[in-house]
Design a protein around this ligand. Sequence first.
Ligand code: UDP
Length: 242
Amino acid sequence: MSFTTIDILDIPFTCTTQLDFIKQLELDLNKPQPTFIVTANPEIVMFAKKTPSFSNLLKKADYITADGIGIIKASKKLNTPLPERVTGYDILCDLLVLANKKTYSVYFLGAKEDTLDLAVKNVGKNYPNLKIAGSHHGYFDINDEKIITNIKNTNPDFIFVALGFPRQEEWIVQAKDEIGKGIFIGVGGSFDVLAGTVKRAPVFWQKLHLEWFYRLLKQPSRFKRMLAIPKFMLAINKENRK
Ligand code: UDP
C-alpha cells in the first residue's frame, strides 16, 4: 500500500485512514531502514511556515498525518479532502494494542520522570504481552549518545518520542539513522495521558470537535500557542482565494 499526499500550506499530508495507516506501519516493520512519522496540527503547520529549519526536518518524514480537526477542515476547504484525523495519541494506542497482540517491543522516550514511570507502569498492566524494551525521561541533552546506544542495544520495534514539538522531531531526525531500524513517532503530551496526569477530553467534547477548547480550559497556559489556530484558518482562506 502506498499513500498519496495532499499539500496543506506546503506540508504534504498522508492521505489515509487510521485503520489503513496502522496496517501500513505493521508492514513497515519489515523495512531495513527506520520509519519517521510526524503528526501535525495547525500549530505545527504554522511553525513550519515561519521556521525553515523545522520545515526541512519535516521533509525527512515518511508520513505526516492530520492531527486534529483543523487540518481536516482545511483540506475540505481547499477541495482536497483528507479522509479523517489520524492523531498521535490514537496511533500510539493502536500500536500498543498491536504490540500486545503480536508481542512487539516498544521504547518510551520523554516526559518527566514520574510521569514516564506511571505511563510505563500503566502500559505494563494494560498490555501485558508487549515487550517494554526500555524508557528514558525527556529532560536530557539532545546530543546524549547514551540514549541512542541504549535504544540500539534493546532493538525496539516502536519508539514513542514525547518531547513536544519541535524537540521530538529534531531528536528523531538525528537519532533514527544511527539506531538504524524501527518506527519512530513524535507523540507530544501523550505520556501524560497514559499516566493519567492529563485527561483526554470526554467523548462528548471530542464528538463536538471541541477537544482543543477542553484542553485550553484545563491548561490555560496553552492560550498563546493556540493563537496559531486562527492564523492557520486565515492562511487557508487566503490560499483558497488564489
Ligand atoms: N517534554 C520533555 N522534554 C522537554 C520538553 C517537554 O520530555 O524538554 C515533555 C513534557 O513533559 C510533556 C511533553 O513533552 O510530556 C510535551 O507535551 P505538549 O502537550 O506540550 O506536546 P505538544 O503539544 O508540543 O505536542
